[in-house]
Design a protein around this ligand. Sequence first.
Ligand code: NAP
Length: 530
Amino acid sequence: MTNIQGRNFIGYALSAEGGRQFKAYVPVTDTYLPETFQCATVEEVNKTMQLAEKAFDSYSRVPAYDRADFLIAITEEIMALGDQLLERANQETGLPIARLQGERARTINQLTQFAELLREGSWVEAAIDTAQPERPPVPKPDIRKMLVPIGPVVIFGSSNFPFAYSVAGVDSGPALAAGNPVVVKAHPAHPGVSDLTAQAIVRAAKRTGMPEGTFSMLYDDGFEVGTALVKHPATKAVGFTGSYKGGMALYRLAREREEPIPVYAEMGSVNPIVVLPRYLKNNAEQLGKTLAGSVSLGAGQFCTNPGLVFITKSEGLETFQNSYKSEILNTPAATMLTAGICKNYNKLRAEALEQTNVTALAISDIRPEGENQAEASIALVSGKDFIENPKLHEEVFGPFSLLVVCEDTGELYEAISHLKGQLTATLIAEEAEVAEYPEIVRQLAKISGRFIMNGVPTGVEVCPSIHHGGPFPATADSKFTSVGRHSILRFVRPQSYQNWPDSLLPDELKNGNPLNIFRLVDNVLTKGRI
Ligand code: NAP
């Protein structure tokens, strides 16, 4: 059994200092766990960032194979925590053990995929242009380019994924893989889970000989530490998942620095679903069940939760509505992550239901024992009222969805034209009818990072082809994903080397590198020269 330390992890040492204290909240019982967690002081922030800056010099030069061993060691240490980690996460988040087992497996898979990427090597995107000394009118130099790490990365995990988007999650994995030291600001909604995970990372770093300062983690239950970390001159990039308000606050801070830095913020989405008439006619009953399952999954606490469903007044609507309604009525209320998130859900849901001509279609009437429970809820509004009321276009974080019933597909197109950038958009349609609605298809593609057909947006596959990002305000920069191998691109920059002798080049750019032999052969075949 590993003890929870509750102290800031400054490199591989626990800091003896610390400021204000807080405790871990148990949402199901509305109580607190006994351990105290010490918020970092400004001095500790400075010490941590200085250590990370120093570590960058050595960690960025650790060979990729050794960094891969480090990532695998993290997975082993996390797994070695066994049920203790799952049980603590269950206490701190209220999420069921089965869900947490799946999320832990996903986290291990993410880290393993980055270890494989490092061993395979092509992620550095080496580009090699060999010299042509005889080229008229001027000789061409030897130029080689690759991606290199950028420096210390500050990471703000989200409340809703205590493993996969937290201390060893989608930001830490690629940042460490690329060769950057990482400083995590632990999410106060699961400090014990963060503590155990940080201990696992520190053990892995020591085991594999990573320089001290490669990883640190600081606590705070307010904004002071996060603000100081983003403002610190040693910080070179920020990874964030959470609210629009939080993401934009950090984005602005980063822009106002003497040296502005990128903030890769994922800030929420309403993930519109559009149902076309012929599909509705043929699949009304099943569609109601499928959508209800997606809306209520994990108490709706997913960035991919479908908050808006657009449909037309056409055959099958009544059957669909009845099926959707009866599924939601029979969905038990579920505990939310924190008292604040639950309060916010109830407030935003009430505000949505108070809007002109919005009616509640169904509100879950099964209420198990426990605190901070959110009832799955769906509401109804006409296309016209939706178009006229921007309040209805906003996210209600939790198991809530608004069904927008449009007069026809023309009105539906107008309604979706009012939507901002989204992580996902979903088209529910018969294959043969898609061609009849080119504007709707184009509009959904334009606003989304992942365009789904005949599925639900919840459930994000971790694989190279996934894009988990989207046009603003879903993320701060639509060019990047936070899931999958390409998420590493957030934490690197390109660097060219001109006229460097082979012996002095980074290994990735040397002629003898097996990957480069293929490139050189390709040069010979396509350009007739090495
Ligand atoms: P959050 O309130 O945005 O917080 C995320 C992290 O950023 C926390 O560590 C928080 O610190 C920090 N933070 C927030 N605002 C900050 C500021 N102005 N300055 C410095 N640090 C700041 O998100 P959350 O706690 O995960 O959940 C709250 C809301 O976020 C939800 O109701 C939901 O709307 C949204 N959310 C979105 C997603 C998504 O996938 N996009 C996921 C989860 C939640 P403290 O906690 O210490 O304040």
